[in-house]
Design a protein around this ligand. Structure first.
Ligand code: CMC
Length: 435
């Protein structure tokens, strides 16, 4: 066994008269898996698991998540400690390299982020080709995909060059995100500065202007830093799984990340942070009648869902949402902002957590429920919220792509299916078809 599994014995599977022994593998935090990798070859059967809710697609040493107890750690470090004590750059290094950086390693990594912050000037012309009001996620995924045309020299030996590729991506995606905002506003681009920290540099590129210089506010920088850390990784979520699936075909890192950005865009995934703000704004515009939306969410005939609530894995509070809720209060107080949407969010949460519909289904606020209120307080426009999620998730995607590329158990991702279409039938020539 190439991985650090321990053996948990075997499980017995009876199919007709035959009995099969399936190995049980146990991970380092005690989670157990029935190893079915030889199942089809031995039995002719496959498993059916829509949404992959019970399927482990790989072994990973990046993030541990215990949804029953609300525990999340990156590389063994509690998310609470990382959010409290680290910079996003330290956490990005941790995710990509597996250990927290020494002071010297951090200086070196930060230097690389500074060095790679510019994007090729020819890429800047791409922004002009997008119509006004283009969704920033569409721009981001296209721009990231095109990076492989501008920086192809590392594609042949990706693992040898992964540190450079990671630094390049983490730095350039920040620049692309800020430039796409500036273009959408019709404002001149603000270039990255070597003397600013990762988050301060991003905020400066977003908000500095020739007529109104941006004043860097430590509270805003700290809030952004915390949000990016909390979004850093979340094991096999939809976008990360997408990065791995795309990469499993041995497509390059940029193309794989671009695929992940597109998956993240969906309102059931990263797009939920924007959808939450739109929902809260709607409730506010309608006079704050949040109870109507609780009732709609519970109605089986209404497709409406309480966005920012529920999670595939967490069956208790999402530890990230607890940290964000507290940060929300701190940031708004420090910036002297009273946001009526925060009051509505808190009221919705309070009512939902006592309502049997939500209690029975274990639906709690997730990472997206309060994050938008902080983004709004620090001036990020709503249509950029999911881009911010992408910025935070990027080190996680890179770490998973790297792990997948180097995985001794790697195979191209290729699920099976149960076919339920028509049985094989005779072909009918065009002039003999009825109707
Ligand atoms: N509002 C109302 N009912 C809900 C909600 C919700 N937000 N979420 C789940 N349910 C109900 C669902 O209707 C189902 O009820 P029933 O058993 O009566 O059919 C039950 O809870 C189980 O839901 P599910 O759809 O089987 O759960 P899932 O694990 O497939 O989906 C989810 C997880 C996150 C997509 C879902 O909870 C949801 O749509 N939430 C709202 C969107 C959201 O906030 N997404 C962000 C997720 S966290 C960050 C991220 O991944 O980016």
């Amino acid at each position: 066994m190439p991985y650090n599994y321990t053996s948990g014995g075997t499980a017995e599977l009876k199919l007709g008269d035959a009995t099969y022994q399936l190995p049980i593998l146990v991970g380092t935090e005690g989670e157990k898996a029935v190893d079915i990798r030889k199942l089809r070859a031995q039995t002719g059967y496959i498993t059916l698991d829509s949404g992959f809710a019970n399927t482990g697609s790989c072994a990973s040493s990046i993030t541990f998540l215990d949804g029953e107890h609300g525990i999340l750690s990156y590389r063994g470090y509690a998310i609470e400690d990382l959010a409290e004590h680290c910079s996003f750059v330290e956490v990005a290094y941790l995710l990509a390299h597996g250990s927290l950086p020494t002071r010297q390693e951090l200086t070196c990594f930060s230097h690389m982020l500074g060095k790679y912050a510019l994007i090729h000037e020819d890429m800047i012309r791409f922004f002009d080709g997008f119509p006004a009001n283009s969704p920033p996620m569409a721009i981001l995924s296209s721009m990231v995909n095109s990076l492989c045309s501008f920086y192809p020299e590392m594609l042949d030996n990706p693992l040898e060059n992964i540190d450079k590729m990671a630094a390049r991506l983490i730095s350039k995606v920040r620049t692309i995100a800020a430039f796409s905002y500036k273009k959408s506003m019709g404002q001149p681009l603000v270039y990255p500065r070597h003397d600013l920290s990762y988050c301060a540099n991003f905020l400066n590129m977003m908000f500095d202007s020739p007529v109104q210089p941006y004043v860097i506010n430590d509270t805003v920088v700290a809030a952004l830093n915390k949000l990016l850390i909390l979004h850093g990784d979340h094991e096999q979520n939809c976008s990360t799984a997408t990065v791995r699936v795309a990469g499993s075909a041995r497509v390059n890192l940029y193309a794989s990340i671009s695929a992940g950005i597109n998956a993240l865009w969906g309102p059931l995934h990263g797009g939920a942070n924007q959808a939450v703000m739109e929902m809260l704004q709607l409730i506010h515009n309608e006079g704050g009648n949040y109870k109507k939306y609780i009732e709609r969410a519970k109605d089986p005939n209404d497709p409406f869902r309480l966005v920012g609530f529920g999670h595939r894995v967490y069956k208790t509070h999402d530890p990230r949402s607890r940290i964000i809720k507290k940060a929300c209060d701190d940031v708004l107080a420090a910036l002297n902002i009273a946001d009526p949407l925060l009051d509505i969010a808190k009221e919705l949460e309070e009512v939902a957590l006592k309502d049997s519909y939500f209690v029975e289904r274990h639906l709690y606020p997730n990472v997206d429920f309060y994050s938008g209120i902080i983004y709004r307080a620090i001036g990020i426009p709503t249509n950029m919220f999911t881009v911010m999620f992408a910025l935070g998730r990027l080190p996680g995607w890179i770490a998973h792509w790297k792990e997948m590329w180097d995985d001794p158990d790697w195979r191209i991702s290729r699920p099976r299916q149960v076919y339920v279409g028509p049985r094989r039938r005779p072909f009918v020539p065009l002039d003999q078809r009825a109707g």
